[in-house]
Design a protein around this ligand. Sequence first.
Ligand SMILES: [Zn+2]
Length: 462
Amino acid sequence: MKIQDTKMGLVEFEPIKEGEIGMYVCGPTVYDLGHLGHGRSAVSFDLMRRYFIYKGYKVKFVSNYTDIDDKMINRAKEKGISVEQLANEIIPEYIKDYTALGIMVSDISPKATDSVKEMIDIISTLEKKGHTYVLDDGVYFDVKTFKEYGEFSGQKLEDLKVGARVDVKEDKRNPYDFVLWKFKKDGEPFWSSPWGDGRPGWHIECSAMSFLHLGEKFDIHGGGLDLVFPHHECEVAQSLCAFGSDAFAKYWMHNGFINIDNEKMSKSLGNFFTLRNVFEKYDPKIVRFMFLQTHYRNPINFSFDLLEQAKAGLERIRDCVRNLKFEIENSSDGGDDTGVDEKLSGLKSDFENVMDNDFDTSGALGAVFDLVTFVNTLIQSKKLTKKSANDVTSLFTDFDKVLNVIFEEEKDIDDEVKALIKQREDSRKAKNFAMSDKIRDKLKAKGIELEDTSSGTVWKRV
Ligand SMILES: [Zn+2]
């Protein structure tokens, strides 16, 4: 299969060790709730991981939480809690959102602060090899000692512009030198190190965590496109200098941006959506489906219209699956199987061919919709046999191992909704109407509306 490597372009994917893949994906800084951009990145790499598993690879998936940096420190101060407490509050919220988006739990989700020892070890190695120097506020990486600096992001050192996330400091030898270790400031968390008390810089975190959990060399390093420079450029520089020129990630993959109504999403423009904002109105699986409709590298121009289209598209697929279930349960054994096997194996190859081409999910959904059309025609012409209905359902199930949007966990939803309805009835009997209203609202947030009829409460999806 082919994948798009950020530096090399479209290449044939060959794992370092046959049948096994190590993936490291840069995770969020856990100072606030996740936004649409976090959701898209997490879904993109989840999709890749699921497809590799579908193809029979054994995947070790590592994605970190950055739990120490300026944003963490400032937010903790504002809230009057420790940085550690802030991380402990926010990480479970990410897990909740990611689970709702159908993202598989990472094999390992390290926190940066758990790998400070490894960071110090790497900085010590860099120091021994002459790549660092010390200023009054920290230990810096000297980019001039790595002549390839800039190549990863396709820039020449002299053309680089100081921009976002490149610290300006006059006594640095070069404006692009970046901090590996920041000396302690009052009121900040700190660890001891050979250079004095302090905390790690941002870039060194991911080199240390990927090294700790995947070794010096691993298959795929991923993240959002905004991380190419300086974050990943710096990771490459320090890792290659520390571990050797053949070390670190074999492939680099980056997911595209999310714009809102053609503008960059940002808090200052007021067009900023947390995942939670969107989940209030839309089932998280609709949001996942919306992400999958666009190839992971292309930008998504988000709007609520786009979500409405995704909702309609997903509903069309789910309707088809429900009809199949009905046919399996109720139809008699008539019908005509002619040509069905060929059609299904053709669609399965279509799906795999487009996914083999750098995870083209919009093409993969094309194969899914072709299947929907085919099934609907069979049902309308009364040709669908029970065998075909079962075969089609298992093909949908195979597709959904990768896409994870089609099959709702009906049983879980049923059980949870039933439990909540029962709770609501009990509170009404106890005349606790505030509680009963609260439960109704809670269900509404899940897209479920209650109707009280003479024979009891019924629910429907809205
Ligand atoms: Zn990172």
